[in-house]
Design a binder for this molecule. Structure first.
Ligand code: NBP
Length: 500
């Protein structure tokens, strides 16, 4: 029992997280279903990894569990879904009451709620922890979103804080420079207890939903500059690099600058111009949108981002349709610098709406699943390590620190000012796109969310009347207290009207 912790699943995430843990001075036992991978990983540890001697490889599950100090902490980084259940089943006979299983995969939060219930009933402790940041994040500092047993969290916390991404305590900017065997010293770790059972995995899922819309917004900005202004990818890349110096500063804007400037290895032009425009998806964006629909949370832009990927995937159909369905001719633009600035404003305003939707969804979810989420902390632990890390997350933390009961991010004074100042250019951007027949579902839906949310009146009066007309679904009246419902026997030629 010489290992501080164990880890099962030695694909890309598991290998890197194990090395991150070892880099922080912990001894870690590792196991993988197929033993060749364990062998290959142990070879990597011996040959190349400065902390490799702290990694103990096992090909037998019983020996693996025996090597871990009790109560055991065992991290799973296996494929989400049935493989996670199979792994837990195979592990349980070798565990003792009080042992802790930490699922670091992208589990659906309802699976995590179920596993938490089942494992707790058997005397084990369970943590479902979102892990964000891909391969590099896992290796040098991910954003970690743990939910589950509080006593298990107390035991896991020192390790999770050690391996998480770190941000500068003053600026909130991610601290860089970690290398194998040399983690960064100091800084605020991007992890905190999120809440019971599935709360951590839910928050990780919403992170991914926000990632979808963040990426789609950037793509629309790129597309408008390319199609409307005729700029080449390299020039647009330069614009993103410039934007990355300001309020939009973020990992996704930074990599977009790099990607757009990348030459094609074949030597002909930019790589991005040769990449097929049919997006893939693994499902966490869809889960976020589906959850929003289920909870009645208006996360329309997050859903649009998922649909935009789905529409892009119909490549052959679109190519065929482009030959018969005609839109307007693209009008020449006389003021490109102004348009570029308008697109930047549209991007920032839309991004604020997208995050407002994400947090509004979290707010609905916590009521349904009986969690108490701390939104400021959630924004804080997204500042480093994860894909949506961005300078402006500090503004979100500040907003929730100013007012922990803030109903919507757009109502915070800082964000309100940005939206007020940017809305004319945001509208101009959407209008130009629409006039020229260019799809901007993310910009447009974010604007509709802003306009809908700030409207004291909406046409749902007519909608309620329609529902009452055909289905006797009843309506409330503006001149009566809420909760009092009326139905009209809608007049027909042979029946006079009566309201009841
Ligand atoms: P994968 O998601 O590709 O999973 C591969 C691992 O799952 C291997 O260790 C494999 O064992 C194991 N596995 C499978 Br597949 N079926 C199994 C079964 N029935 N029983 C036991 N083990 C089984 O690996 P990954 O990309 O490293 O991701 C690991 C987890 O982290 C996933 O849940 C993923 O969603 C999540 N995640 C990934 C990223 C990322 O950027 N890749 C980011 C954040 C979170 P084998 O070697 O024997 O086949």
């Amino acid at each position: 029992d010489s290992a501080d912790i164990g880890l099962i699943g030695l694909a890309v995430m598991g290998q890197n997280l194990a090395l991150n843990i070892a880099d922080h001075g912990y001894t870690i036992a590792v196991y993988n279903r197929s033993s060749e991978k364990t062998g290959e990983f142990m070879e990597r540890c011996r040959q190349k990894e400065p902390s490799g001697e702290r990694v103990l490889g096992f090909t037998d599950l019983k020996e693996f569990t025996r090597a871990i100090r009790r109560p055991r902490k065992i991290v799973l980084l296996v494929k989400a879904g049935a493989p996670t259940d199979r792994t837990i089943e195979s592990l349980l006979p070798h565990l003792e009451p009080g042992d802790i299983i930490v699922d670091g995969g992208n589990a659906h939060w309802m699976d995590t709620i179920r596993r938490d219930r089942e494992l707790t009933a058997q005397g084990f402790r369970f943590i479902g922890s979102g892990v964000s940041g891909g391969e590099t994040g896992a290796r040098f500092g991910p954003s970690l979103m743990p939910g589950g047993s509080p006593s298990a969290w107390a035991e896991l916390e020192p390790i999770w804080r050690a391996i998480a991404a770190k941000v500068d305590p003053l600026s909130g900017v991610p601290m860089e420079g970690a290398a194998p065997g040399k983690p960064v010293e100091g800084g605020v770790p991007c992890t905190a207890y999120i809440g019971p059972n599935g709360a951590g995995h839910y928050v990780k899922m919403v992170h991914n939903g926000i990632e979808y819309i963040d990426m789609q917004l950037i793509c629309e900005a790129y597309w408008l500059m390319k199609q409307l202004l005729g700029l080449d990818s390299g020039a647009i890349g330069e614009i993103f690099r410039e934007w990355n110096g300001g309020e939009l500063s973020s990992y996704l804007i930074e990599i977009t600058g790099d990607i757009l400037g990348q030459n094609d290895p074949s030597g002909s032009g930019f790589l991005v111009d040769h990449v097929l425009d049919a997006a893939g998806q693994k499902g966490t964006g869809m889960w976020t949108a589906a959850s929003a629909l289920e909870l009645g949370a208006p996360a329309n832009s997050i859903a649009e981002a998922v649909f935009a990927r789905a529409l892009s995937a119909l490549k052959e159909e679109r190519v065929e349709a482009s030959r018969s369905l005609k839109g307007p001719d693209v009008q020449p633009i006389s003021n490109p610098a102004e348009i570029i600035d308008a697109v930047r404003r549209a991007l920032y305003c839309s991004k604020i709406c997208a995050y407002a939707q994400g947090f509004q969804l979290l707010s609905e979810a916590q009521k349904t699943y009986e969690w108490t989420l701390d939104f400021g902390t959630i924004a804080q632990l997204w500042r480093g390590g994860c894909i949506i890390r961005a300078r402006f997350l500090q503004k979100i933390t500040d907003a929730y620190t100013r007012d922990p009961g803030l109903k919507n991010l757009m109502l915070d004074p800082y964000f309100k000012d940005v939206l007020h100042e940017g809305q004319n250019q945001w509208r101009q951007t959407v209008a130009i796109a629409v006039q020229n027949g260019m799809p901007v579902p993310a910009f447009g839906s974010a604007l509709a969310y802003f306009d809908g949310y700030r409207s004291a009146s909406l046409p749902a009066n007519l909608l309620q009347a329609q529902r009452d007309y055909f289905g006797a679904h009843t309506y409330e009246r503006t001149d009566q207290p809420r909760g009092k419902f009326f139905h009209l026997d809608w007049p027909t030629p042979d029946r006079p009207q009566t309201e009841v």
